[in-house]
Design a protein around this ligand. Structure first.
Ligand SMILES: Nc1ncnc2c1ncn2[C@@H]1O[C@H](COP(=O)(O)OP(=O)(O)OP(=O)(O)O)[C@@H](O)[C@H]1O
Ligand SMILES: [Mg+2]
Length: 520
């Protein structure tokens, strides 16, 4: 199959022009892994170039090399055909290369405008004027249709708005080559469409955009060329117009993809007390407005109930009330018939609620702790205190080894820090911890966001297996196909209310879409 792939960029006829940016034979090693192995890659001026590959294939590493965050062990970078050597991101910025990271890096307590300005005033000396800066920011925002409220504090913004701030920050500082690492994993479909039209504008204006995504249809829709990485090696570069999603998926994983659905497996939804019951639950959101309004819902043991809806219609608050992270203003929650003490995360854990939050790095895992420590974060209290600390460490390490194997967490060892893992492996750590705690209810918020094709398949299989074992699963996802694929019943949230509960077989995508828009 490799013979059908075009040669790596740089040797093909289409690339006669000097590349805006190029990596030539880049190798980057970490203890126990070769993250990039002789990677040769280039992107043209005015091009949207996608990087594709499984979790851990080395995409982020390559981009970190391109932006001076990592020094390559071997190989060379070129900008406009000339060799460059970056000692830090500042050098890359001076060459016009900027990256919007997979996990955003904004200062939460500052406003959007302040974040854009941060680090920009340096070197401008007396010419720096905050008023002029604000005007410039507004102009750039206007040019690329990326409206933001400059005075809003970052913590008040949605993930999509935060990302706009990051992109504006790069553009205002003179980005010519903009790297977007999985930008759409935090976006609603509408926000993603907006981003794509901005990206096209930027390319038309002569910027180069390097774009990482696991979502093949969007890769096809927005990019000119696609470079595929597998285990640190470039498999090839293809023109989007000359390939299709099936081919791309197969090149990524190196074999054919098949998937089993809920319907094929049959359901084990049983009778008896519901695993989870919400009765007239209302709750207030971060901005002080009512985010959930009299939501009533029950999930049987072994049942998967999908929550469909456009993001921002109460999904996050729903997950948080069940996980004990948000107070109720009305109503009650019961787990297997027992009332749950609301707004108490420890009580939720103790009554068997497992939670996979949307915001993994923020609330899901502790990035500065090791895999082993993250895996025992929740069970720590329950561990026998009579054991000495050394014995406990040893046990934690053994358990981590076992879970890493079972959940296919790819890392040099249990002592690797979670922040050093690829995005997909972070999610596996989280799943391993939550699913191995023997839950009765699993709340999964966008559990396959940011995962590659085969990891997505793995997580979906895990959700089905979890339900099969009698756990009630609350699956929150903006991916309608995912919900239609996995759920026994679908509840549609709109404006904080459940506007309908339907069975996947009895509804079309169009009907669901209308319900999600509040029109049915
Ligand atoms: N700072 C680091 N220290 C140690 N290992 C690292 C570090 N950064 C990346 N790695 C390892 O290098 C490999 C490639 O990781 P990378 O983050 O580049 O993958 P990726 O293609 O971006 O994956 P994903 O789609 O999951 O984000 C992985 O095995 C990862 O664990
Ligand atoms: Mg990555």
């Amino acid at each position: 199959m490799d013979a059908a792939v075009a040669p790596p960029a740089g040797e093909s006829a289409a690339t006669a022009a000097v590349a805006a940016v190029a990596a030539v034979g880049i190798t980057k090693r970490f203890p126990g892994v070769v993250a990039n192995n002789g990677v040769t890659f280039e992107a043209q001026t005015g091009e949207v170039h996608a990087l594709l590959g499984e979790n851990g294939a080395g995409k982020t590493t390559l981009c970190n090399v391109l932006t001076g965050l990592y020094k390559p062990d071997e190989g060379e970078l070129r900008v406009d055909g000339l060799p460059v050597r970056f000692r830090s991101p500042r050098d890359a910025h001076a060459a016009g290369i900027f990256m919007v990271h997979q996990h955003l890096k904004l200062v939460e307590s500052m406003s959007a405008a302040e974040n854009v300005v941060l680090g920009w005033s340096r070197g401008r000396g007396l010419r720096f004027s905050p008023r002029r800066v604000e005007r410039e920011v507004a102009e750039v925002a206007e040019q690329y249709q990326m409206a933001i409220d400059p005075d809003a504090k970052i913590w008040q913004l949605s993930l999509g708005e935060r990302q706009r701030v990051e992109i504006l920050k790069a553009l205002c500082r003179g980005a010519r080559i903009l790297i977007l690492d999985e930008p759409t994993t935090v976006l609603t479909p509408q926000e993603a469409d907006q981003l794509f039209s901005s990206v096209r504008e930027m390319a038309a204006a002569g910027s180069t955009i390097i774009f990482i995504s696991h979502k093949l249809p969007e890769v096809m829709a927005v990019s000119n060329r696609i470079t595929i990485l597998r285990k640190g090696v470039v498999i090839g570069t293809l023109k989007a117009a000359e390939t299709d999603t099936t081919t791309l998926a197969e090149f990524m994983v190196g074999h054919e993809i098949t998937e089993q659905s809920r319907a094929e497996r049959g359901t084990s939804a049983g009778v008896g007390r519901p695993a989870l019951e919400l009765q007239d639950v209302s709750a207030v959101g971060d901005l002080g407005l009512e985010a959930l309004h009299e939501v009533s819902l029950s999930i049987e043991p072994g049942e998967i109930v999908g929550i469909a809806g456009v993001s921002g219609n109460g999904q996050r608050e729903l997950a948080e009330v069940v996980a004990g992270l948000r107070r109720l203003s009305r109503g009650a929650i019961r787990v297997e018939g027992e009332p749950l003490l609301p707004g108490d995360a420890r009580a939720a854990i103790d009554s068997g609620i497992a939670y996979i939050p949307e915001d993994r790095m923020g609330t899901g895992v502790a990035p500065n702790l090791s895999i082993a420590d993250n895996l025992i974060l929740k069970s720590y209290r329950g561990e026998s205190l009579r054991l000495g600390p050394l014995v406990r460490r040893k046990r934690a390490s053994l358990r981590a080894h076992e879970l890493m194997k079972r959940f296919d967490i790819r890392a040099p060892g249990p002592h690797t820090l979670v922040r050093q893992l690829s995005g997909g492996n972070v999610q596996r750590v989280l799943l391993a911890r939550e699913l191995s705690s023997g839950p009765r209810v699993l709340v999964a918020a966008s559990p396959t966001r940011g995962l590659d094709v085969s990891a997505t398949q793995g997580v979906r299989k895990m959700l089905l297996d979890t339900a099969q074992r009698g756990v009630g699963v609350l699956l929150i996802s903006e991916d309608l196909d995912e919900i239609l694929h996995l759920a026994d019943r679908i509840a549609v949230l709109y404006g904080g209310r459940v506007v309908g509960i339907v069975k996947p077989a009895e509804v079309t995508r169009e009907q669901l879409g209308l319900m999600m828009a509040g029109a049915a």
